[in-house]
Design a protein around this ligand. Structure first.
Ligand SMILES: O=c1ccn([C@@H]2O[C@H](COP(=O)(O)OP(=O)(O)O[C@H]3O[C@H](CO)[C@@H](O)[C@H](O)[C@H]3O)[C@@H](O)[C@H]2O)c(=O)[nH]1
Ligand SMILES: O=P(O)(O)OC[C@H]1O[C@](O)(CO)[C@@H](O)[C@@H]1O
Length: 711
C-alpha cells in the first residue's frame, strides 16, 4: 500500500437520480434533471484536473428506456482521461422518478459495492449527492470504512416547510414526495458523514439547522462555480440571437425588456406567484414581457404529475389575466440555447427572477450574473449569499406578489441601478464562483479525512482449501430456526447431507454463550460462521475464533455510557439482564404501551449527536449497536471473505433486527410467523419471499422456491 500521505486520490461521487451524461445535459427536461446533475458533472471534471487526483468516478443509475437517449444505458462513459461515469442497475430498467427509487437503493448499494471490488483499488473517499445517494453512501461507508462526505443540494425538511407554507397539505406532499423516507435518509446521512459540503452559509444556518442531527462544525461552505465560457454578456455587435424568433411567436412587442424565469417545472420553484404578480400589475405589463422557461415539453398531459400541475396552473393563470402577447412559455430549448436566452434578456435590459419558495443554492443566479443580468430572487436560501457576494440584485418574500412587483419595477425603471447590478454581477461571479477554486478548497478539506481513514482490511481469514462454497444460508434463531421441531429436524438433515454445498451461517441477536447452549440443546450442527449480538461479533468454529478486525471496524463513535444516560430514563423501557448485554450491544425491554415510539427514540439519539443502529424486535426488544454493525453488514463482510455473491446467499428472518439483512441482493425469506409491522416496508422489495410456513419451515420452503441448490 503506497504511503497515503502522497498517494494521489481516487474520488467516488454518487448521484443516483436524473439523466446524467458527459455532455449536452438535458437540464430541465424533468424534475430530476437540473442543477444537481450539472453540479456533479462539473465537479467531477474540475476534480479530475487537479494534479493530486488519480481518478474520479461519478456513479449514477443505469437507465434502459426507449423514452430517453441510449447513452444513459452505457455502463461507463468517459468524462476525462481519468474520470468516468459508471452506471449501476437498480430496480426496473426504465427511467423512474427519484421518489420511486427508495426500495431499490439496497440493491444499488450491493451492486455498486460489487463493482468497486472489481476496480484496481477502493476509492479514498465517497461523496454522495442528495438523500438517495446518501442512503447508499451510508451503507457503503459502513461496509468499507471509507470516509463519507455529503452534499444535500436540496433538503426534504426545508422543502416540506415551504410547501406547507404555500398551502399544500401534508398528505398531498407525502403522497407525491415520500418526504418521511427522504428525511430519514437525510438524518442517517448527516449522522454518518465525516463532512457536509454546502454551497452557502444560509444552507447551514437555515436549512441543515432543521435536522435532528445538526453539527455545523462538520460542515464546509465551498460555493460551486459556473462555466464562464458558456455564460457571458451579449457581444456589442447587434448580431441577432436565434431564440428571439421563438419568443417573437408569443409576444406582441418583443423588443420590450424581458423578465426571465428559468427553472425546472417543480412546485417548489413557485413560478405561478411570479405570474400572478405580473398579471396583477398593468405597469409591469406595459413595461416588459414575461418569459418563463420551465423545462422541455411536447404534450403537458404526458408529463409527470408534478410538472403537469405546474404548467397547467401557469396556463390557467395566464388565461385568467388574459396575458396573451405579453407572456412567453416556450415549449423547447436546447442546453446550448440557455446561455442565449440569458443574453437576450440582458440585451433587452431585463431582469432574471427566481421566485422559489426555497432555493437551496441557485445555479441559475450564477448563470444570470455571468451574463450581466440583474436579479430578483427569493430570500429563502442560497440567493441570500449569492446576492450578498455579487451585489447584483434584490431579495424578496416569494409569497408576496406586491414585493416581487416592486423589486422588478425598481430595477426596470432605473437604468443606473440596472447598469450597476449588471456590472457587479459580472465582476463578482468570477471572483466568488469558480470550479477550479472549488476543487482546490475541496481537496484541502478532504485530505485529513483520507489520511485518518481506516479502511476495513481485506478479509484476513481465507477459507481452507476445499472449503470454498458458492452459496450460503444464514438464519436467525428465535422464532425462525426454532419453533417447529419437525421442520427443524428436516433442516438439520439438509445441513448434514448438503453441507459441502453451502456455507451454513447463523445471524442472531443472542450472545455467543447463549447460542452455543441452543446449538447443543437442539442438536444443531456446528455452523461455519456465527454472527452474534446483532451483528457486532463474528466467530469462526470450531475454536470460535473472534474476528477482531470486525470489532475494530465497528468500534467507531461508540459511547454506550452516553447512550444509557439518554435511554435509561425513558418510560416503558428497562435494561435487559446483563447476560443479554455485550461490549457492542445495549439491550432493553420495550413496552409499546408506555415507551415513546421508535421514531422519537431515533430523533432523541440524533439530537444527542449519536450515530448508532437502533432496532426493535418482536415489538419488545430494543437493541442498540454501533452504526457500522448490523446482521446485514456483518453478513456482507462474511460473504466477501468467502467470496460468495450475495445473489447466492439465502437469508431467513422474521423480526426488525433481521430487516437489513433481508434487504438488497440477498435471497430473502420471511417466515410466516413474522412480526408484521417490523417488516412491513420489505413487501415492495422484489427479492424477499414471504413464506406460508412458519419457523424452519420457511427456510425449507425458500430452498425450494429459489431452487437454492441449483443456483
Ligand atoms: O428548463 C430548464 C431548467 C433548468 N435548466 C438548468 O438547470 C439548472 C438548474 O439549477 P438550479 O437553478 O440550481 O436549480 P435545481 O435544479 O433545483 O438544483 C438543485 O441543485 C442545485 C445544485 O446544488 C442547487 O443550486 C439548487 O438550489 C437545487 O434546488 C441550471 O443550470 C439551469 O440553467 C435548464 O437548462 N433548463
Ligand atoms: O426539489 P427537490 O425534490 O428537493 O429536488 C431537487 C431536484 O433538483 C435537482 O437539482 C435536479 O438535478 C436535484 O437536486 C433534485 O432532483
Amino acid at each position: 500500500m503506497s504511503n497515503k500521505n502522497h498517494r494521489s486520490l481516487y474520488i467516488l461521487l454518487i448521484s443516483i437520480h436524473g439523466l446524467i451524461r458527459s455532455h449536452n445535459l438535458e437540464l430541465g427536461r424533468d424534475a430530476d434533471t437540473g442543477g444537481q446533475t450539472k453540479y456533479v458533472v462539473e465537479l467531477a471534471k474540475a476534480l479530475a484536473k487537479q494534479t493530486n487526483v488519480e481518478r474520479v468516478n461519478l456513479v449514477t443509475r443505469r437507465i434502459i428506456d426507449a423514452a430517453v437517449d441510449a447513452e444513459y444505458s452505457l455502463e461507463t462513459e468517459a468524462l476525462a482521461a481519468n474520470a468516468q461515469i459508471a452506471r449501476i442497475e437498480a430496480g426496473p430498467e426504465g427511467y423512474i422518478p427519484k421518489e420511486e427509487l427508495w426500495s431499490y437503493l439496497d440493491s444499488f448499494t450491493d451492486r455498486l459495492f460489487a463493482w468497486l471490488l472489481k476496480q484496481p483499488r477502493l476509492p479514498d473517499i465517497i461523496h454522495t449527492h442528495y438523500a438517495d445517494a446518501g442512503y447508499v453512501g451510508v451503507r457503503l461507508s459502513h461496509l468499507t470504512g471509507l470516509p463519507l462526505i455529503h452534499t444535500g443540494h436540496s433538503l426534504g425538511r426545508d422543502k416540506l416547510r415551504r410547501l406547507l407554507g404555500s398551502g399544500m397539505l401534508l398528505e398531498q406532499i407525502e403522497e407525491r414526495y415520500h418526504m418521511l423516507q427522504r428525511v430519514s435518509a437525510e438524518e442517517d446521512t448527516l449522522s454518518t458523514a465525516d463532512l457536509v459540503i454546502t454551497s452557502t452559509r444560509n444552507e447551514i444556518e437555515d436549512q441543515y439547522e432543521l435536522y435532528d442531527y445538526y453539527t455545523p462544525e462538520k460542515m464546509a461552505i465551498i460555493p460551486p462555480g459556473t462555466d464562464l465560457e458558456q455564460f457571458y454578456p451579449p457581444t456589442e455587435n447587434n448580431q441577432a440571437i436565434a431564440f428571439q424568433e421563438v419568443l417573437a411567436k408569443f409576444l406582441n412587442n418583443p423588443e420590450k425588456p424581458i423578465i426571465l424565469a428559468l427553472s425546472r417545472p417543480d412546485q417548489r420553484k413557485n413560478i405561478v406567484t411570479l405570474l400572478e404578480a405580473y398579471g396583477q400589475s398593468p405597469r409591469l405589463q406595459e413595461l416588459s414581457n414575461l418569459v418563463i422557461v420551465a423545462g422541455n415539453r411536447q404534450d403537458i398531459r404526458e408529463l409527470n404529475e408534478g410538472a403537469q400541475n405546474v404548467l397547467t396552473e401557469l396556463l390557467l393563470v395566464m388565461d385568467c389575466y388574459d396575458l396573451y402577447g405579453r407572456v412567453a412559455l416556450p415549449k423547447h430549448h436546447s442546453s446550448g440555447e440557455v446561455a442565449d436566452i440569458y443574453r437576450l434578456a440582458v440585451k433587452s435590459k431585463g431582469v432574471f427572477v427566481n421566485p422559489a419558495l426555497t432555493e437551496p443554492f441557485g445555479l441559475t443566479l450564477l448563470e444570470a450574473a455571468a451574463s450581466g443580468l440583474p436579479l430578483v430572487a427569493t430570500e429563502n436560501g442560497g440567493p441570500v449569499d449569492i446576492i450578498g457576494n455579487c451585489q447584483n440584485g434584490l431579495l424578496v418574500d416569494p409569497l408576496n406578489e406586491k414585493a416581487i412587483t416592486e423589486a422588478l419595477l425598481q430595477i426596470l425603471e432605473d437604468a443606473t441601478l440596472w447598469q450597476q447590478f449588471s456590472e457587479n454581477g459580472l465582476k463578482n461571479v468570477a471572483k466568488f464562483y469558480s470550479w477550479d477554486a472549488h476543487a482546490q478548497t475541496y481537496l484541502q478539506r478532504i485530505q485529513p479525512l483520507v489520511l485518518q481513514q481506516e479502511p476495513l482490511p481485506k478479509p484476513t481469514f481465507s477459507p481452507k482449501a476445499g472449503q470454498y462454497r458458492k452459496r450460503a444460508i444464514f438464519t436467525a434463531i428465535d422464532n425462525t430456526l426454532l419453533g417447529d421441531a419437525e421442520a427443524l429436524a428436516k433442516f438439520i438433515q439438509i445441513v448434514r447431507i448438503q453441507h459441502r454445498k453451502f456455507l451454513f451461517g447463523i445471524a442472531t441477536g443472542r450472545r455467543l454463550d447463549s447460542v452455543l447452549k441452543i446449538l447443543k440443546t437442539y442438536g444443531i450442527p456446528t455452523p461455519d460462521v456465527l454472527i452474534t449480538s446483532l451483528g457486532t461479533e463474528i466467530y469462526y468454529p470450531p475454536q470460535y475464533t473472534a474476528d477482531i478486525a470486525w470489532n475494530y471496524h465497528i468500534d467507531r463513535w461508540w459511547t454506550p455510557q452516553v447512550l444509557r444516560r439518554i435511554i435509561d430514563p425513558l418510560p416503558g423501557i428497562a435494561p435487559q439482564p446483563k447476560e443479554q448485554q455485550s461490549r457492542f450491544k445495549v439491550s432493553y425491554y420495550y413496552d409499546a404501551n408506555l415507551a415513546p415510539p421508535m421514531e422519537e427514540i431515533l430523533t432523541l439519539l440524533r439530537q444527542q449527536e449519536l450515530s448508532v443502529n437502533a432496532t426493535l424486535s418482536f415489538g419488545q426488544y430494543l437493541d442498540i449497536v454501533p452504526a457500522r454493525a448490523s446482521k446485514g453488514l456483518a453478513l456482507r463482510y462474511v460473504a466477501r471473505q468467502w467470496n460468495i455473491p450475495l445473489e447466492q446467499v439465502l437469508v431467513n428472518g422474521g423480526s426488525g433486527g433481521d430487516e437489513d439483512m433481508l434487504r438488497g441482493n440477498t435471497l430473502g425469506v420471511v417466515v410466516d410467523n413474522r412480526h408484521r409491522e417490523e417488516l412491513l416496508n420489505l413487501s415492495d422489495s422484489d427479492r424477499v419471499y414471504f413464506a406460508d410456513s412458519a419457523h424452519a419451515g420457511g427456510i425449507l420452503e425458500a430452498i425450494a422456491h429459489y431452487d437454492f441448490f441449483n443456483l
